[in-house]
Design a protein around this ligand. Structure first.
Ligand SMILES: [Zn+2]
Length: 173
């Protein structure tokens, strides 16, 4: 059964509002859509896309929850696996489901201005590798699987270099 409705957001237009309370780590919804591979400068078009792999994003189905998943610098939810959106703490009916977009975004050039009103708002939100270590640690259980896998195999410097070569049309080495 659906645990939310799309309603007025305090952050940005519409958002995902809970219809019932949920426990910490409970799955609120699965981010569904079609997968696209983007290695060009088209990156900017996908503000509500969820990154699920190296140069891979999920474009949410029209009207699905993913389109309304707002960012907050003090998020209520995070990511389990690559696309399960789960509560980061116990949440009550009426609260908005938000994630920190950096939890599933590593495209080096990606950034957006933030007006989330959280006390710890970063004003400019950048990809995962630009998070402070303190935040990385806080988010460790709510970070996209592909980011955690990548962290184990490659340094961020190498990753950014690799991404640049793909942007230039060469193969990832
Ligand atoms: Zn913010």
């Amino acid at each position: 059964m659906k645990k939310y409705h799309i309603g007025k957001s305090k952050i940005h237009k519409k958002g995902i509002i809970l219809d019932k309370s949920v426990k910490k780590d409970e799955v609120i919804f699965v981010f569904v859509g079609h997968e696209v591979t983007v290695t060009s400068r088209d990156w900017f078009h996908g503000l509500c896309w969820l990154q699920v792999g190296y140069a891979k994003w999920i474009v949410p189905c029209p009207g699905s929850a993913g389109e309304y998943l707002n960012h907050s610098c003090s998020p209520t939810a995070g990511v389990h696996g690559n696309n399960r959106i789960v509560a980061m703490r116990p949440m009550k009916k009426g609260e908005e489901v938000t994630i920190d977009y950096a939890l599933s975004e590593t495209y080096p050039l990606w950034h957006m201005r933030c007006h989330c009103k959280a006390k710890n708002c970063r004003k400019i939100v950048k990809p995962y590798q630009d998070l402070s270590h303190q935040r990385m640690k806080k988010y460790i259980n709510y970070t996209s699987k592909y980011i955690l896998d990548m962290k184990m195999h490659i340094s961020w410097e190498d990753y950014i270099e690799a991404e640049k070569s793909v942007s230039r049309g060469r193969n990832f080495k």
